[in-house]
Design a protein around this ligand. Structure first.
Ligand code: PEP
Ligand code: MG
Length: 324
């Protein structure tokens, strides 16, 4: 099986009827790029920069961040790289940064909310990102956007940083794509509006499931309610992709669901353009994608959406995968 999968290296990821998709990888540190290359990733779909902050005794300097981002961009050799701005809070804490106790940390002061409040932290990261942008194909992504106001404020910071760099005669790329995660239901619901202001969306199912179903993703006691086949979650995903495509924008997914063999056919049917997953899942995903038609997957996803429970949907997908 390993040998058969290895034969898929260097091939495109494309359905039989010609829908080309991008199979990218999720990384936590620049050293992870090696594993991505080995598994023939077509890009980085999510670089979780919070580890750069968590594995440090103080906020990483602009220089330290610049070196890390540059390393990833150079390592990917011109392939697209989505770097997500700082996503701490929730369950992710920094030893050197005091945060208030919160009743509901997952609903609290985290990610873009924190960055738009502590603008010096955000500005330093954006400066490092834009400075590194000349070394590859950078896509900047904002986490936990819940409203248009936040998106516009984050974009304004990007513009400010670019103006600053220009005034200092420091080089940056003008082709950096700006996107946001869709991981909060309020963002999914207004994705038609948000799509006008971004270059791309990436759906974060890990959090989208948690917030849509009101199920703490860390709580084992209710984990039976946490399910990517939840019909409400699937409907939101379909809506987001439709809304983005209507504005001519592409949509990726970087939550765990993107690498799941039983999810991929449904996502193909919805028209997902980019799948970002742990590197070891990439070649298996390519084999599946290259063996089906988008037209059939559209029909499959329509049939799935009629079903009322996650259990039925998963059973349907089990059968489909067995039949292959
Ligand atoms: C997600 O929420 O799906 C996601 C990719 O982000 P994280 O798992 O880092 O919260
Ligand atoms: Mg998330």
């Amino acid at each position: 099986d390993k040998k058969a999968l290895a034969l898929l290296k260097g091939q495109e990821s494309r359905t039989i009827d010609g829908k080309r998709v991008e199979l990218a990888g999720n990384i936590g540190t620049p050293d992870d790029v090696e594993g991505l290359i080995k598994n023939d990733a077509e890009g980085v779909g999510l670089y979780r920069t919070e580890f750069l902050y968590m594995n440090n005794d103080e906020f990483p300097s602009e220089e330290i961040q610049y070196e890390a981002y540059k390393k990833v961009l150079e390592g990917m050799d011109g392939k697209p790289v989505v770097i997500r701005t700082l996503d701490i809070g929730g369950d992710k804490k920094l030893s050197y940064f005091e945060m208030d106790e919160e009743m509901n940390p997952f609903l609290g002061y985290r990610a873009i909310r924190l960055c738009l409040d502590k603008t010096d932290i955000f500005r330093t990261q954006l400066r490092a990102l834009y400075r590194a942008s000349v070394y590859g194909k950078l896509r900047i992504m904002f986490p936990m956007i819940s409203s248009l106001e936040e998106l516009l404020a984050a974009k304004e910071m990007c513009q400010k940083v670019k103006d600053e760099l220009k005034a200092e005669a420091i080089a940056y790329s003008e082709d950096v794509e700006l996107g946001m995660m869709i991981e909060i239901p309020s963002a999914a619901v207004i994705s038609d509006i948000l799509a006008k202001h971004v270059d791309f969306f990436s759906i974060g199912t890990n959090d989208l499931i948690q917030y849509t179903c009101a199920v703490d993703r860390m709580n084992q006691k209710i984990s039976y309610l946490y399910n990517q086949f939840n019909p409400a979650v699937l409907r939101l995903i379909k809506l987001v992709i439709k809304n983005a495509h209507q504005e001519g924008k592409w949509v990726g997914m970087c939550g765990e669901a993107a690498g799941d063999q039983k999810m991929i056919p449904i996502l193909l049917g919805f028209g997902l353009d980019e799948f970002s997953m742990s590197p070891i899942s990439i070649l298996r995903a390519r084999r599946l994608i290259n063996s089906v038609t988008e037209a059939d997957m559209k029909k499959l996803s329509d049939e799935v959406l009629v079903l009322g429970t996650a259990k039925e949907i998963e059973a349907y997908m089990d059968k489909f995968i067995e039949s292959k």
